[in-house]
Design a protein around this ligand. Structure first.
Ligand SMILES: Cc1cc2nc3c(=O)[nH]c(=O)nc-3n(C[C@H](O)[C@H](O)[C@H](O)COP(=O)(O)O)c2cc1C
Length: 160
């Protein structure tokens, strides 16, 4: 029998960074706070990005097959807090944030982040309440030096 409490405690010990996943469909741009992200191949360079099925961004990635990941630095908890609210409720999250559109995908990239990757979806697994998008890294850039923002440092939980 599954020990619910043990499962939650252990799964919450998986370390995570915090990113803004940028999405674009036609003229519409959006971004959301993502933590379930990791590299899964050297050659070709692949990452997995697990996206909540009922989020606005999920629909957009599914349709367009592209996304970006901006890497937040340890002082950018407020940026992460802004982007974990759904666009359907708070409107344009990018309105007062400096960003530019990535040259490979057009997806928004946070200008003041540590850097970014742009990805093309090459596979997906639709199980449970998140879809695992496998993205090939087709462009990348460094903005500046710094330490990454870690979920553990924020006191928030996303997992269990
Ligand atoms: C700490 C934290 C981590 C999160 N990590 C993820 C994640 O890895 N994948 C995901 O789909 N949503 C994640 N979310 C939730 C999304 O940020 C949230 O559903 C967002 O409102 C989606 O925005 P949208 O509907 O505008 O696309 C996280 C939320 C928090 C607070």
């Amino acid at each position: 029998m599954l020990d619910e409490q043990a499962k939650k405690t252990m799964l919450r010990k998986i370390p995570h960074g915090l990113y803004i996943c940028g999405v674009k469909e036609g003229d519409e741009l959006n971004g959301f706070t993502a933590s379930w992200v990791m590299q899964c191949s050297f050659k070709p360079p692949l990452v997995v990005n697990c996206v909540k099925n009922d989020s606005g961004s999920h629909e957009m990635i599914k349709k367009t097959g592209v996304f970006s990941l901006s890497f937040l630095d340890s002082s950018q908890k407020e940026v992460a807090a802004k982007f974990f609210q759904p666009k359907s409720r708070v409107g344009d999250k990018l309105a007062d944030v400096e960003f530019y559109e990535g040259e490979a995908t057009g997806c928004p990239i946070i200008s003041d982040s540590l850097g970014y990757v742009e990805c093309k979806v090459v596979g997906s697994v639709e199980e449970g309440d998140h879809t695992v998008f496998v993205g090939e890294v087709i462009a990348s850039g460094i903005h500046r030096e710094g330490d990454p923002l870690l979920l553990e440092s924020t006191g928030w939980q996303y997992g269990g």
